[in-house]
Design a binder for this molecule. Structure first.
Ligand SMILES: [Zn+2]
Length: 240
């Protein structure tokens, strides 16, 4: 459980801490150029991957949703993983679903996304970010506290309804894990990954609610995120 501390920030009034959805800023990439034929759908994803990388974010190619087969495909003939997963060309046979996720080097991006319309994924953990995923009402309150403290966080919306908030890497110990689980938040840290806009998953396309370029590509510091979590937990206690 994340405990209250004497210097934790005051509770903000409910209703003043929401993040306004901005649906039309979802596409990080520019529109596909004319004349590219059947490959045109890859262009926004390739450009997005390059833009994330040039901003210092880690990306890696992920299996793409195939609406015909209704499975995820990674282009590796011996990989039978049917769900979303990072493409791991170093693993013999099938990809490893979690461990061994490596960020792509800028020079690899053109080659990767030329071959397939891969999803753009970010390996999470100490070298990139911790991502807090959960119900919109929980994540948006957290985002509101961070916004109010002057440390806005990038937030994305999954088409299934989940929201994800990007934080500087957190040390995920048992207390933090249990404390966030109470709020139905799942933490993506070392060994895990998340999918980034404008990738498409089975439920539709991912979109930024608070794009990272609006936060100067900065992530809220871990101490601020922990303080916001304590404030959110305290509000929940008060409402219970
Ligand atoms: Zn695979």
């Amino acid at each position: 459980m994340v405990r209250e501390t004497p210097n934790a920030r005051d509770v903000l009034p409910a209703g003043k801490v929401t993040v306004e959805p901005r649906k039309d800023v979802a596409v990080i990439a520019r529109p596909a150029r004319a004349g590219r034929g059947p490959q045109h759908r890859r262009v926004p994803l390739a450009e997005a991957a390059e833009e994330y990388l040039s901003a210092g974010w880690s990306v890696t190619p992920g299996a793409y949703w195939n609406p015909q087969s209704r499975t995820y495909r990674c282009g590796r003939p011996h990989c039978d993983l049917k769900g979303p997963h990072p493409v791991d060309a170093t693993a013999p046979g099938r990809c490893r679903p979690e461990a061994g996720v490596r960020a792509a080097h800028p020079a690899q991006v053109t080659g990767w996304w030329h071959a397939h319309g891969y999803a753009v994924m970010m390996p999470t953990g100490a070298l990139s970010a911790t991502v807090l995923a959960g119900p919109p009402e929980v994540i948006d309150v957290l985002a509101g506290h961070l916004e109010a403290s002057g440390h806005p966080a990038p937030v994305l919306a999954y088409p299934s309804g989940e929201h994800q908030l990007f934080s500087a890497p957190l040390v995920i110990d048992e207390a933090l894990w249990l404390g966030t689980a109470v709020g139905r938040i799942v933490l993506h840290g070392a060994g895990s990954w998340v999918t980034l806009p404008p990738s498409t998953v089975s439920a539709g396309r991912l979109a930024w609610l608070r794009p990272p370029w609006e936060t100067g590509w900065r992530l809220p510091p871990s101490a601020e995120v922990l303080a916001a979590l304590r404030t959110t937990a305290r509000r929940d206690d008060a409402e219970a």
